[in-house]
Design a protein around this ligand. Structure first.
Ligand code: NAP
Length: 306
C-alpha cells in the first residue's frame, strides 16, 4: 500500500474510470477519489455501487483540489471537458487522460492547461467490449501496458509519479511519442476493430444465412469478431474520426494485402497462401510469449453452456 496521490479525480465514470477506482482502492494508491459523470443515471449507479468516495454533478467540483485529474471520457469529448475544468485545477497538479488516440487529445486539451499544471497524456492498453460504470474491475490493468506520452519539456518528477501510479495498479509502463502511438495503435487496435465491425456488418447484410444460422453455428472466428464489434459506438466513432490519418494509412495497406490474397485464391496460388499464413502464425506465438494472451485453445473459454 503506497499512497502516490492524495486526491485523484476521475472525469467520466465508465469502464476505464471504474476499473481505476477499484484498483486504486485495492492497492491503497490514493486517500481520496472523486468522480464526475454527466448523466444522472451514471451518477446514481456510481453512488449505488460505491464507485468513488464522492460523486459530483460538475467536473469542476470533482477536479478541484485533486493532485491527479484523469480525463476518462471519449476522445472527442476531451477538449470540452479540459476547458470546463481548467479554471479550478490546483497549482502543481497533474492532468492526464486515458484516451485511445493521443495526437488529437493533445491538440484539443493542451490549450486549456494552465502553466502551473503538468499535462501528461497516457493510454492504458486494457479494455473489454463492455462499457459504463458497472463494467469496471480492479484487475483490468494487471500485466497490461500503459503508454505514457510525455513532452520533451515535461516535468520528469511528475512523469515518474504518473508511471508509479499506473504500475501500482498492476500495469507495465513505457513512454512513447504521440504520433508513433497513434500509428502503432491503428495497427494493433483501431483497424482490427474496423475490420470486425465490417465483418459483422457483412454477415448482417447477408440475412439469408444469418437469420439464426450465424448465431447458432457461430464458429470461433466469427464469435471473436462479434465480441469486438459489440464495443461502444461513441468511443469507436471518436477513435476513427480522430486517428484518421493512421487509420486510413493502415487500411490502405490492409486492402492491398487483401487483394493479393484474393488473387492467390482466384489463381489457386496455394504457395502464397501457405507462406502468408505461416508468417502470420509467428505473430500469434510472439503475443503468447510476451504474456499478452493465453495459448489455451479457444482463448481458454472452455465449453459454452446453453
Ligand atoms: P465508457 O465506459 O463508455 O464511459 C465513458 C464515460 O464518459 C461515461 O461516464 C460517459 O458519461 C462519459 N461521457 C461520454 N460522453 C461525454 C461527454 N460528451 N462529456 C462528458 N462525459 C462524457 O468508456 P470507457 O471505455 O471507459 O472509455 C473512456 C476513455 O478510455 C475513452 O477515451 C477511450 O478511448 C479510452 N479507452 C478505452 C478502452 C476500452 O477498451 N474501453 C481502453 C483504453 C482506453 P455517461 O455515462 O454519463 O453518459
Amino acid at each position: 500500500m503506497t499512497v502516490i496521490y492524495n486526491r485523484v479525480a476521475l472525469i467520466g465514470l465508465g469502464l476505464i474510470a471504474s476499473s481505476m477506482y477499484w484498483a486504486i482502492k485495492r492497492h491503497g494508491i490514493a486517500h481520496d477519489v472523486t468522480g464526475f459523470a454527466r448523466t444522472v443515471e451514471t451518477r446514481e449507479t456510481a453512488r449505488t455501487i460505491g464507485l468513488c468516495d464522492h460523486v459530483y454533478e460538475t467536473p469542476q467540483e470533482a477536479a478541484r483540489d485533486a493532485d491527479l485529474v484523469v480525463l476518462c471520457v471519449p476522445v472527442g469529448a476531451m477538449g470540452a471537458v479540459a476547458k470546463d475544468i481548467s479554471g479550478v485545477l490546483k497549482a502543481g497538479a497533474t492532468l492526464s487522460d486515458v484516451g485511445s488516440v493521443k495526437q488529437h487529445v493533445i491538440q484539443s486539451v493542451a490549450e486549456h492547461v494552465p502553466r502551473n499544471v503538468d499535462f501528461i497524456p497516457a493510454h492504458p492498453l486494457a479494455g473489454t467490449e463492455h462499457s459504463g460504470p458497472n463494467a469496471g474491475f480492479a484487475e483490468l490493468f494487471e500485466n497490461r501496458w500503459c503508454m505514457i506520452v510525455p513532452f520533451a519539456d515535461s516535468n520528469a518528477c511528475a512523469v515518474t509519479r504518473l508511471r508509479s501510479f499506473w504500475e501500482a495498479m498492476g500495469s507495465k509502463t513505457t513512454t512513447i511519442d504521440a504520433e508513433h502511438h497513434d500509428l502503432v495503435l491503428s495497427v494493433t487496435s483501431h483497424v482490427p476493430h474496423l475490420i470486425a465491425y465490417t465483418m459483422v456488418g457483412v454477415a448482417d447484410d447477408l440475412r439469408r444465412i444469418t437469420d439464426r444460422e450465424v448465431i447458432d453455428y457461430s464458429a470461433a472466428g466469427f464469435r471473436d469478431f462479434t465480441r469486438i464489434a459489440a464495443s461502444d459506438p461513441t468511443m469507436w466513432r471518436d477513435i476513427f474520426l480522430t486517428n484518421k490519418d493512421a487509420t486510413l494509412e493502415v487500411l490502405g495497406r490492409f486492402t492491398e494485402e487483401l487483394f493479393a490474397l484474393q488473387r492467390a485464391i482466384r489463381t489457386g496460388n496455394g504457395e502464397h497462401l501457405h507462406d502468408y499464413m505461416t508468417r502470420t502464425r509467428t505473430i500469434r506465438r510472439g503475443i503468447i510469449e510476451a504474456g499478452q494472451d493465453t495459448d489455451a485453445p479457444d482463448f481458454g473459454r472452455g465449453v459454452v453452456k446453453r
